[in-house]
Write a protein that binds this ligand. Structure first.
Ligand code: SF4
Ligand code: SF4
Ligand code: SF4
Length: 323
């Protein structure tokens, strides 16, 4: 191509190079829009009954912080005192102290809810946030474009961006100790809760247990299992002896799986979808350059052939702290 061919034209026509770039951007936008639509409209293939789950009984939490400390240790995190007060790159769970109007105190453990139909997964244009075959929502940083759509889409305000990491920032959140589960171990937080405030098991077991507990103690518990229906159902479930709204839980979360809304919104924003391609293509090139050329680097472990045995969800642990 001659130098003349690359000069901007004043007659409104475009050069061959400009045409190729525009064509690539258009194809990219169509591919991204198609992938977003496919993810948004595809129902999760995860079994809602056998998915690994947690039940937090807020009436039993004493705010000791063992779960938070064991989470940090298991994940190699080192939060400062300030970072330990919330969710961030160094803290995947924390205990929020709530003082009620009548002077009582409750402690609320917060972390990713591991939605069964996760909005963050459907919003991620690069499949960096991904639902594992068993259900936990995991993250593959080598795919991440840094667009932060997951943060915007999450109904529970969970994912955090590593602003402090200028070179290779990642999205950070609880991964449900997926690797520990694959090795047959309990997630670190539940293994170290001294009161039985957290229980681990399949979602159907925990729902049955929670319903039985509410039925046996109707004057004690609020008649609601938070997460049974919120956002289409989550793997982390809560029961409480005080109303969830008084503890700061969002009670306006839809019961319709949120990914269905993603496409409702995206499909009405064609220019946004189109311009995403240009921005994301540049981001992808920068990301891949930064992260090297390992042939497997774009394939999460659970998608690689011959790797990642399915996890076996152990039965709910013994009724430690039953009362
Ligand atoms: S709580 Fe937010 S980050 Fe966690 S799975 Fe649901 S949408 Fe994703
Ligand atoms: S499941 Fe694992 S990563 Fe999630 S809060 Fe518990 S210890 Fe932390
Ligand atoms: S370890 Fe158990 S009792 Fe202690 S803060 Fe965590 S959930 Fe509450």
């Amino acid at each position: 191509m001659t130098a003349q061919n690359n000069q901007p034209r004043t007659d409104g026509s475009i050069t061959r190079r400009q045409f190729i770039k525009l064509s690539a951007a258009t194809v990219g936008s169509v591919v991204i829009a198609h992938q977003t639509k496919t993810r948004a409209l595809a129902a999760s293939k995860v079994s809602r009954d056998t998915a690994p789950a947690m039940l937090v009984d807020l009436s039993r939490c004493i705010g000791c912080g063992n779960c938070q400390r064991s989470c940090a240790e298991a994940n190699g995190l080192a939060p400062t005192t300030e970072q330990a007060q919330g969710l961030n790159g160094q803290n995947f769970t924390y205990i929020k102290k709530v003082e009620l109007e009548d002077g009582q105190v409750r402690f609320v453990k917060r972390q990713c809810m591991h939605c069964l139909d996760a909005a963050c997964v459907s919003a991620c244009p690069a499949s960096a946030l991904h639902q594992t075959p068993e259900g936990p929502i995991s993250y593959y940083p080598n795919r991440c474009l840094g667009c932060r759509y997951c943060m915007v889409s999450c109904p529970f305000d969970i994912p955090r961006f590593e602003w402090e990491n200028g070179l290779t920032p990642e999205i950070r959140k609880c991964m449900f100790c997926y690797e520990r589960q694959q090795e047959g171990e309990l997630p670190a937080c539940v293994a170290n809760c001294p009161t039985g405030a957290i229980r681990f098991g399949t979602r159907s077991e925990l729902l049955a247990y929670a319903h039985a507990r509410l039925a046996a103690n109707p004057d004690f518990y609020v008649d609601h299992i938070y997460g049974e229906h919120e956002a289409g159902g989550t793997a982390w479930l809560y029961i409480s002896d005080v109303p969830f709204e008084s503890l700061g839980f969002r009670t306006d979360v839809t019961t319709r799986p949120i990914p269905a809304y993603t496409w409702d919104i995206m499909s009405k924003l064609p220019t946004v979808v189109g311009s995403m391609a240009v921005v994301l293509t540049g981001a992808a090139i920068a990301t891949q350059r930064r992260k090297g050329h390992d042939p497997d680097h774009n394939v999460p472990p659970w998608e690689r052939e011959g790797e990642g045995e399915p996890i076996e969800v152990k039965n709910t642990q013994s009724d430690q702290g039953e009362g």
